[in-house]
Design a binder for this molecule. Structure first.
Ligand SMILES: C[S@@+](CC[C@H](N)C(=O)[O-])C[C@H]1O[C@@H](n2cnc3c(N)ncnc32)[C@H](O)[C@@H]1O
Length: 272
């Protein structure tokens, strides 16, 4: 058991090596990050966006992977949902160091963290996973299609959440290149691509994932796709599919109306 002072000191020290990213609650009311989270990309808000879907997938007694696990907030959530074994992989040794410390303080028992690059040729040595959680990752890697293919080697069902293109999400399979610059404290979080939802769905289909449930959080330009090679329960859930269709319709209508208005307002176009 750690004292309040011990935890505070260690959290501060680890934060000096690299600022904390995930907001995690520790004993004695200590938090890794104090500020309020408002962005949809932040861990507590992200979890509220994906939790319902992960419950539908049901990770109880399953072997699951949290890819780009950062400081382990989501790995711990997966463990709480009853996963038999959770593996958290991240290329950043500082993040894994922090994840391990948090795990130690909170006493998790079936999570293991490893410093691993997803593009590692021997990724299969980590075995097969019943489910992969891939949050905030696809837009952060230089080769998103390659990353999907790597994950396809080790799992049949994956939930992707990423920063998507604002326009043309459903009708165009496109990606915007953003230069790979990182505003984050870690060098592995460069913003490379903003792939449209259709683009990610197309890459998934090309990798053998024929079942794709698109959940677009259009107000925040972040998307979620649950993707699988097998038609598991999630794809039969009427509620999810009807919400999804409604969102798709709203988004597509808004996107088309937006293009019409932009065209009408464009001074470069000469109307004959
Ligand atoms: C933007 S963060 C998202 C982290 C977390 N999944 C979340 O949603 O809060 C992306 C994470 O992916 C990791 N990462 C980037 N490239 C990677 C790679 N090639 N292999 C493994 N991890 C990588 C980064 O170190 C970083 O922790």
């Amino acid at each position: 058991m750690y004292t309040r002072e011990e935890i505070e000191k260690r959290i501060e020290k680890l934060g000096e090596e690299q600022p904390w990213n995930h907001k995690i609650e520790l004993p004695y009311g200590i938090q890794t990050v104090e500020s309020k989270q408002i962005s949809h990309g932040k861990n507590t808000i992200k979890w509220s966006r994906v939790e319902g879907y992960i419950n539908q997938i049901d990770v109880k007694d399953k072997r699951v992977l949290d890819v780009g696990c950062n400081e382990g907030f989501f790995s711990m959530k997966l463990e709480k949902l009853g996963a038999k074994e959770v593996v958290g992989l991240d290329a950043d040794e500082f993040r894994i160091k922090k994840a391990k410390y948090v795990s130690e303080v909170l006493g998790t028992s079936n999570i293991s963290y490893e410093v691993v690059d997803i593009f590692d040729k021997s990724i299969e040595k980590y075995g097969h996973f019943d489910f992969v959680l891939c949050l905030g990752f696809l837009h952060r890697v230089a080769y998103p299609y390659k990353a999907i293919q790597q994950l396809a080697k080790i799992s049949d069902t994956i939930l992707f959440e990423w920063k998507s293109l604002k326009e043309g999400n459903f009708d165009s399979s496109v990606m915007k290149f953003c230069g790979g610059v990182s505003k984050d404290s870690n060098k592995y979080s460069g913003l490379y691509w903003l792939p449209s939802v259709r683009c990610v769905a197309d890459m998934l289909k090309a990798s053998g994932f024929v079942h794709n449930l698109v959940i677009d959080d259009s107000a925040w330009r972040r998307a979620i796709i649950i993707s699988s090679r097998v038609d598991n329960g999630v794809f039969k859930n009427k509620d999810l599919i009807s919400i999804n269709k409604f969102i798709l319709l709203k988004k597509t209508t808004r996107s088309y109306l937006g293009s019409i208005f932009r065209t009408l307002r464009d001074d470069r176009i000469k109307w004959l």
